[in-house]
Design a protein around this ligand. Structure first.
Ligand SMILES: [Zn+2]
Length: 402
């Protein structure tokens, strides 16, 4: 089995993150203004889409020239709404490839149609500029202040609430990191995350909370009442926020450790495993690790926080990271000699006996260093010199990956 390593070190100048919160809409006429704007914006997008398809024209400038005056003439949309509608149509085409129809659920705003000032926002709707209360957390306020908030989206949820998302661009730090030091992060085996620095976050508390929610959900679902449905919605929101909070804390801690140690961060490339291994039978745990959005979210959080802090991230192939001994770099051919048993990893060669997640995280770290600095000594096993991690791997005697 030959292995190719993809170098995926990300260095960004800026990182975009989204500040999202509920918009407080008190007056009825404001509801009407927003809804009317959403409807007309979607209508404009759909008209443009028809023209773009007919003329096969997907350039923003040309499409705007073709449609601008006609749409302005028949709608109440402002000039900037129409520019944003053009942008939305062109972007939708370039990002998804195929666009069917735009629904009246959101409107794109820019620096001329959206303004943030001391806890409230001014939004230009079809009739005029309206001011709304927008309650933000301290952290969110800090993100918005003194920034050019160039793009925002006003959206309406199915339950009729309004949300405002503002894209904030943050300058990334330019940090000097050692290229022989990496912090390996192993996700979602026994614990939610474990690092090569010996930190780990137990999944037990999280699972307990999840089970509790699942129980309440099953209970409510059996009753099928209207208030029950409302409760379900609230529960799923609360569960999601809890999950998000956990992921924020873990990612914050990982990135701050990397900052302190001037190290890069090394993680498993789970996106590839999803594509390449989907055809093969996998065990339940492996499926959970690759298809679970909460791990995806955790990776995303680590990634954007690392970007802002100027810490490169490398993604390594996930195969064998839990079977190799991180002390002697060997996989024992006899699976009964080297093994992992729940939380424990035991090496049949050097007799290392340690926490299994910690062992995997150390392998991921070592792997990350070899990717980040090709001049570093290759990871190799002293007992079997032909075995070089990252070059050629022994065929597995017992099969199984992860
Ligand atoms: Zn060993």
């Amino acid at each position: 089995m030959l292995y190719t390593i993809t170098k995926e070190v990300i260095h960004l100048a800026t990182q975009t993150i989204t500040v999202r919160n509920k918009l407080i809409v008190k007056e009825n006429y404001q509801h009407e203004s927003i809804d009317s704007t959403l409807r007309q914006f979607a209508w404009a997008c759909n008209q443009m889409l028809t023209v773009a398809k007919a003329e096969n024209c997907w350039s923003a400038n040309k499409l705007q020239k073709l449609t601008y005056y006609d749409i302005r003439a028949v709608t109440d949309l402002k000039a900037n709404h129409i520019c944003n509608a053009v942008r939305r149509v062109v972007n939708a085409k370039s990002s998804t490839g195929k666009v069917k129809e735009f629904k009246a659920t959101s409107v794109a705003l820019d620096i001329r149609t959206f303004i943030y000032k001391d806890g409230s926002v001014g939004i230009t709707l079809v009739d005029k500029r309206h001011w709304f209360e927008w309650k933000l957390s301290y952290e969110q306020k800090k993100l918005l202040e003194g920034k050019h908030n160039r793009f925002a989206t006003l959206s309406r949820t199915r339950s009729g609430q309004y949300f405002l998302n503002v894209a904030v661009e943050i300058d990334c730090d330019k940090r000097h990191v050692s290229n022989t030091k990496a912090i390996g992060v192993d996700l979602g085996r026994r614990s939610i995350a474990a690092t090569s620095t010996g930190k780990s976050w137990d999944g037990e508390q999280l699972n307990k909370t999840r089970d509790r929610y699942a129980k309440v959900r099953a209970n409510v679902q059996s009753k099928r009442s209207r208030s029950g449905r409302r409760l379900l919605r609230r529960l799923s929101g609360r569960e999601r926020r809890f999950q998000q909070w956990v992921n924020h804390n873990i990612s914050k801690s990982i990135v701050s450790t990397a900052k302190k140690d001037c190290a890069i961060i090394s993680m498993e490339n789970l996106t590839n495993i999803r594509q390449s291994l989907n055809a093969k039978p996998r065990n339940k745990q492996e499926r959970r690790r690759t298809n679970n959005w909460s791990f995806y979210q955790l990776r995303l959080f680590v990634q954007y926080k690392a970007n802002i802090a100027g810490i490169p991230i490398v993604f390594v192939p996930p195969a064998y990271t839990s079977q190799i001994c991180s002390h002697c770099n060997h996989i024992h051919p006899d699976p009964t000699k080297s093994f992992r048993n729940n939380k424990r990893f035991v090496c049949g060669y050097c007799g290392a006996d340690c926490d299994a997640d910690y062992n995997a995280a150390r392998n991921i770290a070592a792997y990350g260093v070899t990717i980040n600095s090709p001049e570093a000594p290759k990871l190799s096993c002293g007992l079997a010199p032909q075995f070089v991690l990252g070059a050629k791997l022994h065929p597995q005697p017992s099969g199984g990956v992860g």
